[in-house]
Design a protein around this ligand. Sequence first.
Ligand code: SAH
Length: 464
Amino acid sequence: MKTFPMFLRMRDRDVAIFGGGEQAAQKCRLILKSEARLTVCWPDLDPELAGLAAGGRITWRRSIPQAAEMEHLSLCFIATGCPGLDASLHALAEAARVLVNVVDQPELCEAYTPSIVDRDPVVVAIGTEGTAPVLARQIKSRIEELLEPGLGRLAALAGHLRPAAAARLAPRARRDLWRWVFNGAPRESHRTGAERNAARLIKDAIAAGVAPKASTGTIALVGAGPGGADLITLRGVQRLQEADVIFYDRLVDTAVLELARRDAERVLVGKTPGAQSWPQDRINHVMVQAAREGRTVVRLKCGDPAVFGRLEEEIAAIRNAGLKLEIVPGITAASAAAARLETGLTQRGAVDSVTFISGQLRDGDASPDWGSHLKPGTALAIYMGVGHAAQIRDNLLAQGHLGTCPVDVVARVGHPGETLLTTTLADLEGDLAHAGITNPAILFIRNPKQPAAAQTPIPLRVAG
Ligand code: SAH
């Protein structure tokens, strides 16, 4: 960061704009949103600026001040429209040690004006250090969509009620209160225009001395996606931001964990090579325990929790404990791997069904019969298959599949070290070893239908 973003109090600060045309007017509109005292220095003003001067909103000075007269300025904008004049005014401002912004000349700027999303007192400022104003505007419009127009009034109301909340609620309950205000019924009510109702809800909660916690006793089983912070769902991110404690698997990308609140506790419950692993019972126990203590719990699982995630065991533990459950689906590794291969999981007319199948079953169970699932017109997406490549090959060959049958392998999709390998059934084991591929990886094996015989096109009948 060459620049440092910061919000400055502007009351009793002096700001000057040098210039009297449209560019000066733009900066003027911006500064007038704040409480700064604004002087526009230029011999003649465009009608908008002249109107503001006549109405007393700005001070109009026809001459350019000397350097000594500029020293009291907190900030000045130079927008004369004449590069030579801009440069000499810049030198003057520098001599007076005033922070300066020269419109459209980033190399002369000490301060940049950000793109602003204004929901006063909620203000989002987006800066690109002058490199990409268009990008800043694109980001701005995305954020504009996210923040409802009345949000500032809700924030102002919260600010107004803060002392009352501080007087009645303990710090933890306070945090829960504000989380509920901005995430629950008050925000919803406010968004739909029922602002008085929102205020009443908050005041009642403060008076009662407890924060209505929608999520008390709830455990959310959240799919983290296959990797990368942008492959989790928006709902998943929301649950992460609400969580007091997150129990996560080893395969969950650390970038996803960073989406959680900074003060949320993170507990790795997956198997780590060399370290002691957590039995499922223990995971269930700690998760339920934390929810019973009133903490907001997220159980974060890689991919989609419903795919090879021992979901049913966790659901049963949560239900048996009488707790509420929410499942937030995620992108499963097979979907991400297919996307990486730029292919469909199914292919119309060639692969009409796809089986998600594991390379391993529970200890003591017989190996899966992969070949029985690979009928013509189907595909296998094999999870946890790398260590079982030889059995998979032998099983498929024994059922009449050819050694030349192609196999696509996508390892660590979405993570650093992502690897693609295209091989054949016969070479699978050797090629995996040669490429150093270990789990996590998906093996794709397709048995496409033979293309139907080409049909003779039916000639178009021309009317008449
Ligand atoms: N619930 C997960 C699967 C858990 S089982 C999901 O929906 O994706 C663990 C197996 O998933 C791994 O052995 C591997 O086969 C697959 N897997 C998980 N993450 C992966 C990744 N980033 N790249 C490739 N395969 C992955």
